[in-house]
Design a protein around this ligand. Structure first.
Ligand SMILES: Nc1ncnc2c1ncn2[C@@H]1O[C@H](COP(=O)(O)OP(=O)(O)OP(=O)(O)O)[C@@H](O)[C@H]1O
Length: 566
């Protein structure tokens, strides 16, 4: 690692012990002078070992000069302000910074440095602020990651009814105070109805005023925001969303997710936790994680975008059933899951897909998408090259489509691992967030016991694809058509939201041969039911960016002082 030249180095007090405090453009480090004399061992980042600690400048949230008459931050108690000019605690400044805790969670820690000289105190505050300001004017790389600009102004949408209906409380108590500490200005809109945020983003919002959009809610709320932003971007670029062939325009604004829903899968897959403070800190430090989006069409009609799961058969049926049990709360997913499993329905149809080529790995290569993922980085540079060279488009590769007909218990397309606390590995553990592909998983008709074995493997270490009745492909596009084509009356029923008994009885009337087994399932598109079963799906590489950095690997840090050129 390249050594950085020192900007400041002073002897300052922390809790009345003398520390050598050093700042360079990458790191702020402080070392207990007495302890350091005794120990020469290596220190672990973020932990106070052998009396030394450090924090990367890009993870400093703010620095504040401490008023003499405020309570001491470190003890929370009021302390007498020393009068003697020689008192080393007379002037102080506090640095707020990111500290990692358990399981990818972050929290806002702080340390207060004291000194006797006011001008020295001011110099430290000013120099740290200058370094933070530089983060906005240049892209910096820390140990693992390139940082984009920190946001200064955000548009925040809060769903007050998501999850346990605590969205507003979570934002007001946990997020707003740290945004304000980091001097981020916000315009907050508490939604009044479903699709309020989507419609506002699509038509009204003055997006030029903001550096990002924040969604406080669950996956459904995120989907609203993503649809609003993607559609607005296409409108402004004159791109027709109904045309499958059009290349969609990437969105300029990043999206932050403050988790306040029931499942918060997208947040979990992109940050590694569903903790609101962690997400707020990722927003403040200006993280940037690109993400693919699938467009879903029926013929020449755009239906929806998807970022996580498109599921037909099992997951479609679970969602359809659970929608009728909304009054049960989150328990409905378990009940509908068991019911759907016991009904053991299979569906006939044809799946065609365009396989991913090149260095995009395979769904079974056990390469997990993590911060700075090399597969996603490669896709990003491939995307740039193909844009510049106008290379072979997917449309010219028509002859490589693969066609599979059969009876399926489930057809799933996972554009990310879909890991969540219930299924820590997710539906496709090696799926990538931003490689321009989706993992198409076909579970063919099999016995109930075999299907149960497959489902259980989502929760243990065994390979869930290692069954004769499961196939998995990494694809760029796919199509599905059910064996029994849907008639207009079925689509009308779905679109008008009439589901349940009436819908099933309609199908059973039309396909008497199947007894009470419906001939078609529904597509579950990121938790929404699609009105059509015959769909065409195309993955758009890195169409949006989130204020996230993907899931960080277990950290092994080097000696912070190695970077300080001390
Ligand atoms: N003010 C509102 N009133 C009613 N519904 C709303 C409102 N604002 C947003 N919604 C809708 O509520 C739905 C569910 O919200 P959200 O995703 O935040 O929570 P959830 O469903 O509990 O969590 P998850 O999606 O993670 O399971 C979203 O689809 C969104 O469109």
């Amino acid at each position: 690692m390249e050594k950085q030249s020192r900007l400041l180095c002073s002897e300052l007090c922390v809790q009345r012990r003398l520390y050598e405090v050093t700042l360079n453009c990458a790191i702020l480090a402080w070392k207990d002078i007495q302890i350091a004399k005794k120990h020469t061992g290596r220190a672990i980042y973020g932990a106070v070992k052998a009396g030394s600690s450090c924090v990367p400048v890009c993870e400093i949230i703010a620095v504040q000069e401490k008023d003499d008459d405020t309570p001491c931050k470190n003890t929370g108690k009021w302390q007498k302000v020393p009068q003697s000019p020689a008192d080393p605690c007379q002037h102080a400044f506090t640095v707020f910074y990111v500290e990692r805790t358990r399981q990818h969670c972050w929290w806002c820690s702080n340390v207060t440095f004291h000194c006797s000289d006011h001008s020295l105190c001011l110099l430290w505050v000013q120099t740290i602020r200058e370094q933070l300001a530089l983060l906005n004017s240049e892209r910096r790389v820390n140990y693992y990651h390139t940082f984009a600009n920190r946001p200064k102004s955000l548009l925040v949408y809060i769903n007050p009814y998501g999850g346990k209906q605590r969205g507003k409380q979570i934002y007001d108590h946990k997020v707003a105070p740290i945004f304000s500490r980091a001097s981020i200005s916000t315009d907050v809109i508490v939604t009044e109805r479903a699709n309020h945020a989507r419609d506002h983003l699509k038509t009204e919002a003055d997006l030029k005023k903001y550096d990002g959009v924040v969604c406080v809610g669950g996956d459904g709320m995120f989907s609203e925001i993503m649809h609003g932003l993607v559609s607005r971007t296409q409108q402004e670029a004159g791109v027709d969303e109904n045309s499958m062939e059009e290349t969609l325009m990437p969105c300029g604004l990043r999206i932050g997710i403050i988790p306040a829903g029931s499942t918060d899968c997208i947040c979990y897959a992109t940050v590694g936790s569903n903790d609101p403070v962690t997400s707020a800190l990722h927003i403040i430090v200006g993280d940037s994680q690109a993400m693919d989006i699938c467009s879903v069409h029926n013929e020449d009609r755009f239906l929806r975008y998807s970022v996580s799961l498109l599921g037909y058969g099992f997951y479609g049926d679970v969602l359809t059933d659970s929608e009728r049990k909304r009054w049960m709360g989150p328990a409905r997913y378990d009940i509908s899951g068991v019911k759907t499993f016991l009904s053991h329905r299979y569906y006939e149809g044809t799946v065609s897909f365009l396989p991913a080529e090149g260095n995009l790995g395979s769904p079974r290569d056990k390469m997990q998408c993590r911060t700075g993922c090399s597969v996603c980085r490669q896709s990003s540079s491939d995307k740039l090259v193909s844009k510049n060279e106008d290379s072979v488009s997917d449309a010219e590769c028509q002859d490589t489509w693969t066609v599979i007909r059969g009876k399926f218990l489930a057809i799933n397309a996972a554009s990310m691992s879909c890991a969540c606390p219930r299924s820590p590995k997710g539906l496709s553990p090696s799926a990538h967030l931003a490689d321009g592909t989706t993992d198409l998983i076909l579970v063919r008709k099999c016995s109930r016991l075999d299907f149960l074995r497959h489902l259980l493997r989502h929760t243990n270490k065994d390979d869930q694809f290692d069954h004769s009745f499961v196939e998995v492909y990494r694809v760029k596009q796919f199509r599905f058509s059910p064996r029994y084509q849907e008639c207009d009356s079925e689509v009308d029923l779905r679109e008008s939201g009439v589901t349940g008994k009436r819908f099933l009885s309609q199908i059973c009337r039309e396909h008497r041969a199947c007894g009470c087994m419906p001939s078609q399932s529904n597509w579950n598109c990121d938790g929404e039911i699609l009105p059509h079963t015959a769909i065409q799906v195309r993955v758009h590489c890195q169409l949006i960016k989130l204020f996230a950095r993907g899931i960080e690997e277990q950290q092994v840090f080097e000696d912070p002082y190695a970077h300080c050129a001390i």
